[in-house]
Design a protein around this ligand. Structure first.
Ligand code: SF4
Ligand code: SF4
Length: 85
């Protein structure tokens, strides 16, 4: 499942550089997560890196983008493969 940044985001920029798949972008007025790139950090970290660093806990599961661990692992492999091109 992709994660979602809710409207409590204070745009502090703590999360963006910690995302291993560059899924987080600065939006206006809040930061946004690209559901096509968010892998919940599966295959990289034990927990979502963005949630670990967010000072106000505004990053939550995106119930419109539910994926299994297997799907997230496959998505991560695809992202790596595309990055190599
Ligand atoms: Fe990026 Fe991981 Fe957060 Fe998804 S859970 S946005 S992959 S840091
Ligand atoms: Fe927004 Fe949290 Fe990311 Fe800061 S760490 S930009 S508050 S989502």
């Amino acid at each position: 499942m992709s994660l979602l940044i809710n409207d409590e985001c204070i745009a502090c920029d703590a999360c963006r550089d910690d995302c291993p798949t560059d899924a987080i972008d600065e939006g206006d007025p809040i930061y946004i997560i690209d559901p096509d790139l968010c892998t919940e950090c599966v295959s990289v970290y034990d927990e979502p890196a963005c949630i670990a660093v967010c000072p106000i806990d505004c990053i939550v599961p995106d119930k419109d983008n539910v994926e299994s661990i297997a799907e997230l692992k496959f998505k991560h492999e695809q992202i790596l493969a595309n990055a190599d091109k």
